[in-house]
Design a protein around this ligand. Sequence first.
Ligand SMILES: NC(=O)c1ccc[n+]([C@@H]2O[C@H](COP(=O)([O-])OP(=O)(O)OC[C@H]3O[C@@H](n4cnc5c(N)ncnc54)[C@H](O)[C@@H]3O)[C@@H](O)[C@H]2O)c1
Length: 299
Amino acid sequence: MKYVLTGGAGFIGSHLARMLLQQGHAVDIIDNLSTGNLSNLSEIKDRIKFHNADIRNGPDMKKILAGKDGIFHHAALTSVTESYLKEKEYLDVNVQGTKNVFEAARETGTKVVFASSSGVYGNTDMVPTPESAKPNPANPYGITKLQTEILAQEYREKFNIVGLRYYNVYGDNPAVPSAGVISKFYKNISKGKPPVIDGDGLQIRDFVFVGDVAKATISAMEKNTGSVFINIGSGAAISILDLANLFIKFSKKSLNLTFEREPEGNVRASQADISLAKGLLGWKPEAKLEEWVESLFKK
Ligand SMILES: NC(=O)c1ccc[n+]([C@@H]2O[C@H](COP(=O)([O-])OP(=O)(O)OC[C@H]3O[C@@H](n4cnc5c(N)ncnc54)[C@H](O)[C@@H]3O)[C@@H](O)[C@H]2O)c1
């Protein structure tokens, strides 16, 4: 198949690109390298077609996306903290940019699988959270993701469009700043510094391995899904406090935890109900967070 992938120089996109190539597909990548990096694609650079383009440019999107069998849309600005400072830019990239991708897909009727986020749920009473829970984003980043979903609903009759609500994705390379709390803990501990916890650390998160995420994403493209939103998480949860202690345990360093004020827009409990992903995609997460953290300190 001929696939095109926006945001392919980023964390999830570069893993997805590698898996698509392994499966024998042709892959075009669109990325403006604002947070992504060509080094994420170094081992596959000769086997992909790279377009240094911006999803905010509608005519470019129509040109590059034409004639493809499927579109994976992952380009976005992804920092919750930054989304408070750059609300307009987040709307432009995440919502207007996504609209350009959907418009290009409409012209050719091409299926789109796009990265939404568990951030659409915000603070919800239903934990583990099924897709039917009412969205209630807690920060501007989450609001942009909900707006892309509302947009997707306008197009859902015109072509198949699947929004994947990714939870906290982890995996190589943990030093990439966009990889969130895991990368922060790892960076500190490797320098012999204590992990810094936002708030009391009792907030829970659902961490899902990037290889499992890539498999689910390809399944969402290949299966006969119709237009739908699907949670992609591990289905399990761990508190940030327990995660920090796990890092300390496997690092074998003697470190005390440090606590800081919880930032605005932080969600208390985030854990996916993954029944729909299991049923519709025939997928289940396989990686174990604990084993992966242990492997980090064996390298
Ligand atoms: N990593 C997670 O835990 C997580 C969780 C939920 C949802 N998501 C979503 O998954 C997607 C991928 O996330 P990621 O962690 O790989 O982020 P990332 O920042 O590593 O990748 C995003 C990529 O998009 C590119 N990009 C940004 N603006 C662009 C623009 N205007 N035009 C073209 N390219 C542009 C960046 O250069 C980068 O390569 C995003 O849509 C994100 O919102 C990620």
